[in-house]
Ligand binder design. Sequence first.
Ligand SMILES: [Mn+2]
Length: 332
Amino acid sequence: MKKVTSKEAKKFFELVKNSNNILITGHEFPDADVIGSALSLFIVINKLYPRKKIEIYFKDKIPDYLKFLPYINKIKTTKKISQKRKYDLGIILECIDPTRMGGIIDFSQAKYIANIDHHLNNQNYLGNNMLNIVYPEYASCAEIVFDIFKINKIKLNKDIALCIYVGIVTDTGMFQWNNTNTHSFSVAGELLLYGIEPYFVYKKLYRNKSYKSMLLLSKVLNTMKFKKIKKYLIGMMEVTQEMLRQTNTTFQDTENFINFIMDVANTNIGILFKEENSHYTKVSFRSDTIDVEKICKNWGGGGHKSAAGAMIEGGIEEVKYKVLRYLKKVLK
Ligand SMILES: [Mn+2]
C-alpha cells in the first residue's frame, strides 16, 4: 500500500505554519469521513497555533447523527464564501476536482491549496501552489490525516482520536467492506488508546435512527428487485420524491439503504435509484466483483471501485432503462 510520504506530511505542516488564515472544506453533502477529517485538522491546528484564524465551511448541512462530535459547532454552512474573503491556505478534503465542493469557493481565494483525498479519480490539482496528498488505497480520508499527524509527531487527544475514528468506522462499514485493510485496523487500534469506546461510537452512529427513516426504509425495501445480466446478479431499489413526502424524510435518511441489496446472497451489483426530480435521477452503485467507479464514469460520476455514484439525466423509469441497457453492453 502506497502511503503518505514524510516529505508531503512535512510540507503540509510547513504550509499550515506559514498561513494565518486557513480554510478547511470538502465535498457537498458532507459525510462522517470528510467531517471527521476536517474537525481533527481543526483541533490539531488550533491546539498548535491558537492565534491562527481557521474556518470550516461546507456547502450543505451537517447530518444530525454527527452532532455529537467535538467542535462540531465550528462548522459553518454556506452556499458560497464571499469573493472578498481571502485565505493563505485552503485545505480541500475528498474532492476529486474543484466542482465537488459545489462552488463554495474559488481557488483564486486561497494562496495555497492542499488537496487531501482517497478517491480513485482525484485529478491531482495542477499548479505550483498546490500540494496533493492523494492515496486511493486508504480506506478513509481520516487515515490519511492521521498519517500526516503521525509523521509530524503530533500528540493526539481523545477529541482528535474520536473524529478520526468516526471517519474510519463509517468509510469501512465498521471494518467490513472490502476497502478495509491492516492500516485501518492498526490506526483504529492506536486511537482506542486515547479512550475511544467502540460501542459508544456504534450507538451514536448506528443506533440513532429516526422512526420516519425506518418507515421510508420499509417503502424502499418493498421496491427491491433482481435481474440477471449475463452471469451477474443485479439488485435494485428506488426512492421516489413521493416516498420522501409521505414519510417526511430527505435523501440524507437513505444513507446505507443500498447495503440491504448487497445483503442478499450472491448479489454482484447493488443499485439504488434516487429520483431528484422529473429530469434527473441520482444512482448509487455497490459491488464486490465489478469496478463500479468505471461504470459511473460513463455519466460523469465517480467514487471508489466498490462504491460509486452518478447523477444521470432522465426521470427514474428512463434512467433505470438506461442503466440496465448500459450494463448489458459492458458486462462481459
Ligand atoms: Mn471518505
